[in-house]
Design a protein. Structure first.
Lengths: 114, 115
């Protein structure tokens, strides 16, 4: 299975600032995904990041708030912009592994906004 | 409409015993996949097992097996010979195969293994 890393693993940020989260995969993958997990909640998909095209956002998530880059088949970034305490969550990237439908997740970025 | 339902917010099991975590799903698609993930307190999501809608055999991975009952739309996770390290949140998820790679998650079940 793909090995996925994320940076930073955790951060504490002040409201109004922005944080960029990096996701690196050890193999080329077509589809990468960004999820949010608010405290005590389940995971919700923010967007699908495909190389060479604009990210596709889910209902309730907009590009101005969560801009995503996907410069190549092994890397993606998610920026959380103009943060508020409600953005305090774990942010996870995931990839679909090759021809199988199995999805693997990175270790997550635990964000606290004060 | 909620597509994945996990009705057990919390479960307890004695070490070395088996435990079943319930999951029901709702979809009108014929092609879909069902997943189980484990999330320890560290926050990482660990892939456990996958079942495709056309798979005739129940999926197994070591101590994990998926009891797939298509007509009842259930995909329960069975963990055999529970270990203390199995204590974690467990999430059931579904992927409708023609809706991109989006996973829809249930609310999770917190499993506690007692020594």
């Amino acid at each position: 299975s793909a090995v996925i890393s994320q940076k930073p693993s955790r951060d504490i940020c002040q409201r109004g600032t922005s944080l960029t989260i990096q996701c690196q995969v050890d193999s080329q993958v077509t589809m990468m995904f960004w999820y949010r997990q608010q405290p005590g909640q389940s995971l919700t998909l923010i967007a699908t990041a495909n190389q060479g095209s604009e990210a596709t956002y889910e209902s309730g998530f907009v590009i101005d708030k969560f801009p995503i880059s996907r410069p190549n088949l092994t890397f993606s970034t998610l920026t959380v912009s103009n943060m508020s305490p409600e953005d305090s969550s774990i942010y996870l990237c995931s990839v679909e592994d090759g021809g199988a439908y199995e999805q693997y997740f990175g270790p997550g970025t635990r964000l606290t906004v004060t | 409409a909620q597509k994945i339902t996990q009705t057990q917010p919390g479960m307890f099991v004695q070490e070395k015993e088996a435990v079943t975590l319930d999951c029901t799903y709702d979809t009108s698609d014929q092609s879909y996949g069902l997943f189980w993930y484990k999330q320890p307190s560290s926050g990482e999501m660990i892939f456990l097992i996958y079942q495709g809608s056309y798979d005739e055999q129940n999926a197994t991975e070591g101590r994990y097996s998926l009891n797939f009952q298509k007509a009842r739309k259930s995909a329960n996770l069975v963990i055999s010979a529970s270990q203390l390290g199995d204590s974690a949140m467990y999430f059931c998820a579904m992927r409708e195969l023609y809706q991109g790679g989006k996973l829809i998650f249930g609310q999770g079940t917190e499993l506690s293994v007692k020594p």
